[in-house]
Design a protein around this ligand. Structure first.
Ligand SMILES: O=C[C@H](O)COP(=O)(O)O
Length: 270
């Protein structure tokens, strides 16, 4: 029987380590990777109460990952890297949240900076996609973050906060939400943010969630840091009280590196 991983509803936030594979690994490679990741975490006696783990493969891998995870009852979640704002119709190349729900995708990344920059996604598009994910019971992983120019002009928090405010317009806070703060200049650059800066922005994002969706949502929402996360720097981010995990790109493609990131324990309240 499949292990269905869903984010906690209220109460303590279980740290979340999410691997965004971007356009890497075909469906055969995905099966091998997920199986090996499960073995590596089992060998290390990883306790999934310490950190939830999910991978975000390309769309074409999702059915294979679902089959493996279901057949072997692997405690690894998975999600999509995007979702259409529309549920069906003449939208060539798009993938409906209804289809993702049929594949038991728990999550969908929405508004990644590569979608915003390379595909012209606007804040309004991101908001429509968040609403679409919720229509199908999928928890959106909403990505926000400032460019280097934004940072210089406005400081670190202004743009991510404005992006999240737009993304959450009309959103029902009880339907589940993960936010990923990813400074654009830190993505794939090898230059991660300073943890104190990540904390400052994540705290501002949590305050905004409280303002828009209420205290319960602010308490329950996992806010991740993303941008050049590695096994060597994960500890410094998870030490911060408002950073509940990581959205990992490049390092999520290396089983040893990714499982080391997953296995780092966040000491909640210490
Ligand atoms: O979605 C993941 C982010 O874009 C971070 O990527 P990165 O870890 O390769 O910097």
């Amino acid at each position: 029987m499949a292990v269905t991983l869903r984010p906690p509803q209220g109460g303590a936030r279980i740290p979340f380590i999410a691997g965004n594979w971007k356009m890497n690994l075909d469906h055969l490679q995905a099966i091998a990777f997920v199986q090996k990741l499960a073995w590596a975490l089992a060998d290390a006696k990883h306790d999934f109460a310490d950190a939830e783990v999910a991978v975000f493969p390309p769309f074409t891998d999702l059915r294979s990952v679902q089959t493996l995870v279901t057949a072997d009852s692997l405690p690894i979640g998975y999600g999509a890297q995007d979702v259409s704002a529309h549920d069906s119709g003449a939208y060539t190349g798009e993938i409906s949240g209804a289809f993702l729900a049929q594949l038991d995708c728990a999550y969908a990344i929405i508004g990644h900076s590569e979608r915003r920059t390379l595909h012209g996604e606007t804040d309004a598009d991101v908001n429509s996609k968040v609403l679409a994910a919720h229509r199908h019971g999928i928890v959106p992983v909403v990505c926000v973050g400032e460019t280097a120019d934004d940072l210089e002009a406005h400081g670190p928090s202004a743009v991510p906060v404005a992006q999240l405010r737009a993304a959450l317009d009309g959103v029902d806070g009880s339907k589940g939400l993960v936010v990923a703060y990813e400074p654009v200049w830190a993505i794939g650059s090898g230059q991660a943010a300073i943890p104190e800066q990540a904390e400052q922005v994540c705290a501002a994002l949590r305050a905004l969630i409280g303002e828009l969706l209420g205290d319960e949502a602010a308490t329950a929402t996992r806010i991740l840091y993303g941008g050049s996360v590695t096994a060597a720097n994960i500890a410094s981010f998870l030490r911060e009280p408002n950073v509940d995990g990581a959205l990992v790109g490049g390092a999520s493609l290396d089983i040893d590196e990714f499982s080391s990131i997953v296995r780092f324990k966040k000491h909640v309240g210490t």
